[in-house]
Design a protein around this ligand. Structure first.
Ligand code: NDP
Length: 453
């Protein structure tokens, strides 16, 4: 496939989920591929995102169960959490996973090059003093936390630093109410910190179904998390080891502040100007549905394109690109039917339209249920589970599924298959329940709650 002037068929900039997936798939078709990574292999997801976050969530859930969820009959004399020991174990696990990534690349025949890649022309990428000649360039450089929403915010930690903590902070202030803010607020509370969340809107998780947003507020309050909606942020300052958050309503003091005000695409220093590639309004690399930038031979996938910023989406985009370029396919990723989970406590699972979106689109039947799961009830807990099914009235097709409750990330993966297949309410109705389970409620939603649209 390679030509004498173009020793590489593909040079990938970024060794995260999207870049690695694309590089390996391309190499599996015989392409000569180099992948450049300036930090650790695995990217945000493996090194400083999804994976260590979920490990921390397990620790938090265990603490929460010990404090509030013990089943009748159990007595636990004394339990203690050591963040330092957790950190050591987490470090080893991430090292192990990074090693797997390195081996997978090597075994696929991808050449991994450590360093910062700079695009010099549409066929040349520089790393250190090497210039790689290539037929194609894939930018998969990801995104990084925003640090400047208001004065002094750069003093706060981001999720990167939080995941590396060796001591558990006592009083924590969280700025923002997106995925990262709320997941870590629940995790830190589960581990034992006092947590306050500040956000500028009236409800957290903008863009999610309102029934979920409302109930998440109730659930977080039940755990003792303090919520400060409609916050007018002024500044963040530091006095010795303490942080002072100034809002229009007053000053709040914390031992640790998490800045979770969103993330921006990593495009600085990539040499985009050398090929006349301009970025979009959010700093993203704009691409078409095939991840083409508009400049011949230059492509981009994953968070740097700011489409749907999730690991499995980046992987799907990266693989589709490799299939199209090296296996004669014509694949694109459907960004409209992506199931997602938010690892709050309780977690959220969603796929398809929100009730608000469905109502705007067409007449929609809403089926919902809310109950205290058997396990929670028996241990004396109060946390409820909530489920909502949105049905297009004309076709009977499921257009949205939303859940807040234990196991919702596991359920939404399979519900996502039904959604993608175009399941109808009648399909749910004729399915026999699995009893006793929470999931059975999905097929027992007989009574219409309301009609909208
Ligand atoms: P989000 O975009 O989800 O949330 C950003 C938050 O910061 C919002 O509450 C937003 O408020 C607030 N904010 C933004 N700018 C300002 C400002 N100037 N002043 C005050 N508040 C501000 O970003 P995250 O960083 O939480 O997550 C980034 C992405 O990572 C997500 O979009 C998601 O795709 C991905 N992710 C997915 C996870 C999962 O699937 N479980 C987990 C973690 C991350 P407002 O709503 O008012 O704009």
């Amino acid at each position: 496939m390679s030509t004498p002037n173009a020793p590489y068929d593909l040079v990938v900039i970024g060794g995260g989920s999207g870049g690695v997936a694309s590089a390996r798939r391309a190499a599996s078709y015989g392409a000569k591929v180099a992948l450049i990574e300036s930090s650790r292999l695995g990217g945000t997801c493996v090194i400083r995102g999804c994976v260590p976050k979920k490990l921390m969530m397990y620790a938090a859930q265990f603490g929460q169960t010990l404090r509030e969820g013990l089943q009748p009959g159990w007595q636990v004399a004394q339990a203690e959490f050591s963040m330092a020991q957790w950190q050591e174990a987490k470090g080893k696990e991430i090292d192990r996973l990074e090693g797997i990534y390195a081996r997978m690349l090597e075994n696929s025949g991808v050449e991994t090059i450590r360093g910062h890649g700079v695009i010099k022309s549409t066929t040349e990428v520089q790393v250190g003093d090497r210039v790689l000649n290539t037929q194609r360039i894939l930018i998969a450089s990801g995104a990084a936390p925003n640090r400047s929403a208001f004065s002094g915010l750069e003093l706060a930690a981001t999720s990167n630093e939080l995941l590396d903590l060796s001591t558990l902070p006592k009083r924590v202030g969280v700025i923002g109410a997106g995925y990262i803010a709320l997941e870590f607020a629940c995790i830190l509370r589960g581990l034992g910190s006092e947590v306050s969340v500040f956000y500028r809107g009236d409800l957290p998780l903008r863009g999610f179904d309102e029934s979920i947003r409302d109930r998440l507020v109730t659930a977080m309050k039940l755990q003792g998390i303090q919520l400060f909606p409609d916050t007018d942020f002024k500044s963040l300052g530091q006095q010795g080891a303490l942080f002072e958050l100034q809002t229009a309503a007053g000053v709040h003091t914390f031992d640790f502040v998490l800045n979770a005000t969103g993330r921006s695409p990593n495009t600085q220093g990539l040499g985009l100007e050398n090929i006349g590639l301009r970025t979009g309004p959010a700093g993203e690399i704009e691409v078409n549905k095939y991840s083409h930038t508009g400049i011949k031979g230059v492509y981009a996938v994953g968070d740097v394109t700011n489409r749907v910023n999730l690991t499995p989406v980046a992987i799907a985009e990266g693989r589709a690109l490799a299939e199209n370029e090296f296996n004669g396919k014509n694949l694109s990723v459907d960004h409209s039917s992506v199931p997602t989970a938010t690892f709050t406590s309780p977690p959220i699972g969603s796929v398809g339209l929100t009730e608000e979106q469905a109502a705007k689109r067409a007449p929609t039947r809403v089926y919902e249920t809310e109950f205290t799961p058997m396990k929670t009830k028996f241990s004396g807990g109060e946390q409820k589970t909530y489920m909502k099914l949105l049905i297009d009235d004309a076709t009977d097709r499921v257009v949205g599924i939303h859940m807040l409750g234990e196991d919702s990330p596991e359920m939404i993966q399979l519900l996502g298959v039904l959604y993608t297949m175009g399941a109808t309410k009648a399909d749910f109705d004729r399915t026999i329940a699995v009893h006793p389970s929470s999931a059975e409620e999905w097929v027992l939603l007989r009574e219409l709650t309301r009609k909208v649209g």
